[in-house]
Ligand binder design. Structure first.
Ligand SMILES: N[C@@H](CCC(=O)N[C@@H](CS)C(=O)NCC(=O)O)C(=O)O
Length: 212
């Protein structure tokens, strides 16, 4: 049966799974999550993801949460695509960057997403300048690391698109809207322009609409 991706379409964490499916050419069905309706709190949803968070993937009753794990599962559906490289060292380098995404890059980006985007959408008040300063400090340490890598290679790990690009690029899909301080990093900007031009990115971005 078709893979179901449950996600709140405005979230970068949902976006990156949609980008993966679209770009890798894996058929899927998007099941839009409406937080306000309590979609992630139902017993059926909790059975799929006890964290009551999105995204979650359902493939014939096999449930998978954590966006980067979902991306890798999708990459495995198209083993000849090379998105999860077969060579051991290249593969673990893609995973190194994905762990870096989950542990560092995503939490830094999330500060800007929450303060400048989520608060507006859900009417949760003004952005907190203390939090934005904390986000800028985090980004100021992380962005040069990614930028330095992208000065050496076209994509994050070598000259081909891998799951690492989908994870890291997807995290900053709303960088401009969220006011992430990334404009001065030429390697990151060049790479993002490359990703944004991909058909899979554009198709997934077109799905980033509020539910309802
Ligand atoms: N590390 C997780 C993060 C998932 C996550 O925190 N999702 C948020 C929205 S972006 C969520 O579902 N929040 C609902 C809640 O906290 O109740 C991933 O990448 O999948």
């Amino acid at each position: 049966m078709t893979i179901k991706l449950h996600g709140f379409p405005l979230s970068p964490r949902a976006f990156k799974t949609l980008f993966a499916a679209e770009q890798f050419g894996v058929p899927y069905e998007l099941v839009p999550i409406d937080f306000a309706r309590g979609d992630t709190r139902t017993p059926a949803y909790t059975a799929m993801n006890p964290n009551q968070r999105m995204p979650v993937m359902d493939h014939d009753g096999f449930y998978l949460w954590e966006s980067n794990a979902i991306i890798n599962y999708l990459a495995e559906q198209k083993p000849d695509g090379g998105y999860l490289p077969k060579d051991l060292r290249t593969r673990v380098l893609t995973q190194q960057w994905q762990f870096w995404d989950s542990n560092h890059w995503d939490p830094a980006a999330a500060v800007f997403m929450f303060e400048n985007v989520v608060k507006k959408i859900f009417g949760r008040g003004d952005a907190d300048p203390v939090e934005l300063r904390r986000g800028a400090e985090l980004m100021g340490r992380l962005a040069p690391v990614l930028d330095g890598q992208l000065a050496k290679t076209r994509y994050v790990v070598g000259d081909r698109l891998t799951v690492a690009d989908v994870s890291l690029g997807g995290t900053v899909v709303s960088a401009d809207q969220a006011g992430m301080p990334l404009s001065e990093y030429r390697g990151i900007q060049r790479w993002l322009a490359d990703l944004r031009a991909m058909p899979g990115w554009q198709k997934a971005a077109a799905l980033m609409k509020p539910p309802g």
